[in-house]
Design a protein around this ligand. Structure first.
Ligand code: SF4
Length: 415
């Protein structure tokens, strides 16, 4: 979501006649922030302080702060950092187009009931596109700041989404990643998320559809059945588990228990046996005991995810869990996180080894940064593949690749 916001900021500024330059040569610097974890927020604070020296060298320089920390802190940022000129909240990016960015002042963080449609996007990739389908979230998981920084859930109109994707297909894009905090609750008139997927599946030129993220409590049978039925829907789902302990899931306000989650996994795998499943895990949530932690390790063994994003719990301002009494000690969180990661590493190795010698479909999306390989691409199951092709191929090609050498974080293969 944040990465795509950066693409929009770049697109809006380009439209106003700006060009991208090195930070030391720039007259306008915009810091796009994330506050999902304390670590991301701390990164912003350490960076913004350093930017004061840029202003001493260039008195014309303007500095703006946007994104979730901007929404969360508003004018406090201006009070604390005199060298910051303006702050724009998460639904205020269009101000960069409507006004001259050199004259924007103060903090603008008010929510609007309307979706902010942004028509100028400078995309990083020429074959894979990020597309917002909804914004915000109503779920209020007890650890999460998103409902406060991104506001209540709003779906983009289906017509606008389909127009954007048709335009992307005409420009040669092959893959779309549909973005929303909880895509399963997408609604546009009488149409739901599966209706949207069906329509996108009919767009000529688009070969792959992905989405992120699904909330397990809302993963419908209709959506599960779409895997394998919609030929462009890739066989990968990111389904955040967060904890293997039903007691902790309840404290997290996740509205499902571990058994509910397991049932979803078995339904998905009965529909598409080799579907790749990835997840998020938070360790050291308040009140998490050794027993709860062991439940999470047991869940990893039982489910065998293709990959996980694992994090130590950190308090987020205004969230329910930040006021919970029984916070877990930092060293305990560290140890639990490394146990989780070590276990998952062995599982990832085993899952990747299974692909050795198999033929997979790869969409080439970049030039290789690894010696002896020409290109990088992704399988439909979202695994990174380095491949040799003797430069006969180009970015955007979809090819069959035999996996010769599976590694932990990527696979090496040949055409
Ligand atoms: S579903 Fe929960 S974790 Fe995801 S964005 Fe909403 S509140 Fe945050």
């Amino acid at each position: 979501m944040n990465e795509h916001d950066s693409e929009k900021i770049a697109g809006l500024l380009e439209q106003k006649g700006f060009t991208q330059s090195k930070i030391d040569d720039s007259d306008l610097v915009i810091i796009n922030t994330c506050s999902i974890r304390k670590k991301a927020e701390d990164k912003f604070y350490s960076q913004v302080g350093r930017f004061a020296s840029l202003k001493k060298r260039n008195p014309y320089l303007k500095i703006g702060v946007v994104g979730c920390v901007a929404q969360q802190e508003g004018s406090n940022i201006l009070k604390r950092y005199g060298h910051v000129d303006f702050v724009l909240g998460t639904m205020q990016l269009n101000r960069l187009l409507k006004h001259d960015p050199f004259y924007i002042k103060d903090a603008h963080i008010e929510y609007s009931n309307n979706i902010e449609e942004i028509n100028f996007v400078k995309r990083k990739s020429s074959v894979k596109a990020l597309v917002n389908i909804m914004f915000g979230c109503n779920n209020f998981c007890s650890y999460c700041v998103v409902p406060y920084t991104r506001g209540p859930e709003k779906s983009r109109g289906m017509k606008n989404i389909l127009e954007e994707i048709t335009d992307l297909a005409e420009k040669g894009y092959k893959e779309v990643m549909l973005l929303g905090q909880n895509v399963n609750s997408y609604k546009s008139g009488d149409n739901d998320f599966v209706d949207l997927l069906k329509e996108i599946n009919n767009i000529n030129g688009i070969e792959r559809i992905r989405f992120m993220t699904s909330h397990p409590k809302d993963l419908s049978d209709r959506l599960i059945n779409s895997f394998g039925e919609l030929n462009k829907l890739c066989e990968h789902i990111h389904l955040p588990l967060q904890s293997g302990s039903s007691r902790i899931l309840k404290l997290m306000n996740r509205c499902y228990n571990y058994q509910d989650y397991l049932n979803l996994i078995s339904r998905l795998r009965s529909k598409v046996p080799d579907i790749a499943i990835t997840t998020d895990i938070i360790t050291g949530f308040p009140y998490e005991t050794e027993e709860d932690h062991k439940d999470t390790l047991k869940a990893l063994q039982e489910i065998e995810f293709d990959g996980i994003f694992s994090f130590k719990y950190s308090k987020r301002p205004g969230t329910k869990a930040s006021s919970f009494d029984n916070q877990v000690e930092e060293d305990v969180k560290e140890r639990r996180l490394s146990e989780i990661n070590n276990l998952q590493d062995t599982i990832t190795d085993k899952k990747n080894e299974y692909i050795k010698g198999r033929k997979v479909e790869v969409l080439i999306d970049d030039i290789s940064d690894k010696k002896d390989f020409d290109f990088i691409g992704r399988t439909r199951t979202n695994k990174i593949v380095y491949l040799k092709s003797n430069n006969k191929l180009k970015i955007g090609d979809i090819v069959s690749v035999i996996i010769k050498n599976p590694k932990r974080h990527n696979l090496e293969g040949e055409i």
